[in-house]
Design a binder for this molecule. Sequence first.
Ligand SMILES: *[C@@H]1O[C@H](CO)[C@@H](O)[C@H](O)[C@H]1NC(C)=O
Ligand SMILES: *[C@@H]1O[C@H](CO)[C@@H](O)[C@H](O)[C@H]1NC(C)=O
Ligand SMILES: *[C@@H]1O[C@H](CO)[C@@H](O)[C@H](O)[C@H]1NC(C)=O
Length: 350
Amino acid sequence: MVQFSQALAILLATGVVAHPGGNINKEVQRRQAHLDHPYRRNVGECKRDLVESGWVREQHMRREARLHELRVAAGFAKEGELVRRDPAEAEASYGEAAACTLDPEATEGPYWVTGELIRQDLLTGEKGVVVHLDINVIDTTGCKPVTDAYVEMWGCNSTGVYTGVQAKGNGDGSRTAVATNALRGVQPTGSNGTATFITLIPGHYVGRTNHLHTIIHHGAKLLPNNTIQGGTISHVGQFYVDQNMLSDVEKTTPYSTNKQAQTKNAQDQLFNMGKQGGDDPVLHISLIGKTVADGLYATIDVGVNPRAKQNPQPVNMWTSGGGIPVPNSPWAGYPDTCKYCGFKPPKEKE
Ligand SMILES: *[C@@H]1O[C@H](CO)[C@@H](O)[C@H](O)[C@H]1NC(C)=O
Ligand SMILES: *[C@@H]1O[C@H](CO)[C@@H](O)[C@H](O)[C@H]1NC(C)=O
Ligand SMILES: *[C@@H]1O[C@H](CO)[C@@H](O)[C@H](O)[C@H]1NC(C)=O
């Protein structure tokens, strides 16, 4: 058993600075509050309504068709040769995997940049294993898809560096990453309650397993410059990737060139808490071709209470001139001098 604090002390001593994930105390507290919340419901509790309305079947068939379309486009299948699974099977197993709930779930972490563009393709030149994400948002208070929300998504690049921010330990800590909005963006849910993105499987960084961040916005106003403003946030969460698939991804370049220490899912406290309370924040992933390098299709259903109000704090705002600091952000100065720097290191399990 290695104490995380010892591991950190060694990293600090050797001059490799701990990254955002080092400080997950607030996130752990928030996730626990969510699990303890008396009004909390997970997606599985909406199973009967969603199956009876035909939505589960429709979404299952839509996702099968989408995966087939991606395979055809990449040359791994022929049009008109879609083999469908019995939708009754999908209905029977609904809510058992790749579904998570929310009102307070996990925090935004120190690297949320507000003001990101509404766009589906978040790659902006970043290289790695491409994932087509298909996220369904469900109102667990009324057991219906949420058709008028905006889903925001961000993750680090394949070598474990976030764009839009500058912080010690985020890459080389220089300002280079501030100038790009790669791997960040926003999508509306639309008539099926589905937000779709094209992004990368994130790389790893010190102290956390690979993860993608998400925030769900309600009642936000669409601005003429293709960004959103105002409204409320019901959900702040993180998505994960199955460990076997992660191992395959990490073997490919550029992931394999990342020198930061790796944390596996099983050793990550937030991952383990994310799996409690009937939730499953692990993406359901299919290969588009023969290997992960051919691209992935990932689906997940997120349950929210649209009236819940979270108050995540951005560190920066994206502008046409790059990322600029948000005045008085409690994350400013991370990891040394920020208001949210309180540090109680978790124990790392072997
Ligand atoms: C919603 O799903 C149906 C199939 O169930 C599909 O035909 C339709 O294009 C989808 N709508 C949107 C806006 O994606
Ligand atoms: C990840 O971002 C950092 C900072 O911009 C950059 O130096 C690095 O090359 C990027 N990784 C890859 C694989 O491009
Ligand atoms: C979009 O417009 C808002 C409101 O005028 C402004 O604050 C923001 O900086 C703009 N964003 C971009 C990326 O141009």
